[in-house]
Design a protein around this ligand. Sequence first.
Ligand code: AMP
Length: 154
Amino acid sequence: MYYTVIKGDEDLGKQDEYTIIAGCGRLGANLANKLSEEGEGVTIIDSDRDAFRKLSPSYSGISLVGDATDLGVLRDADIEKATAVVSVTNYDNTNIMVAQLAKKMFGIGRVIARLYDTERECVYQELGINTISPAVLSIKEIDKLLDNEEGDVL
Ligand code: AMP
């Protein structure tokens, strides 16, 4: 499969914290911008070249066009040197596959996958994969706001 690096600093993998993000949607791009601002090494992977437009002009990490479930792409992202892998594509199965590869094949300690399907969450947590569910997080926040009887904007 054809893929390419759009821009980046080749020494990223040598930084103390090096995170690989799969999926450059709103969540992935904002996370990449934040980590990059904090001086951490970041590579963000997306199969759609146009997705990288969401990155800020000051983003100093690597942008890699390709399928994040492709081992060649992950190796090109220097996954062996990653301290964390976060998979936030729009497909649960893709996020789980990336997380499993990162955890089992490359032995990455911190692995996080976004899951839309909340019923599958506990299965993956048993496999050592941290999952985040937009629905569950929203429910927690809404519940907190509903407990605020004064109706103040928190
Ligand atoms: P969003 O739904 O806004 O969070 O965006 C999800 C992003 O994941 C989109 O930019 C998709 O192009 C990207 N994406 C979906 N599948 C893959 C994949 N297999 N590899 C890399 N990126 C993907």
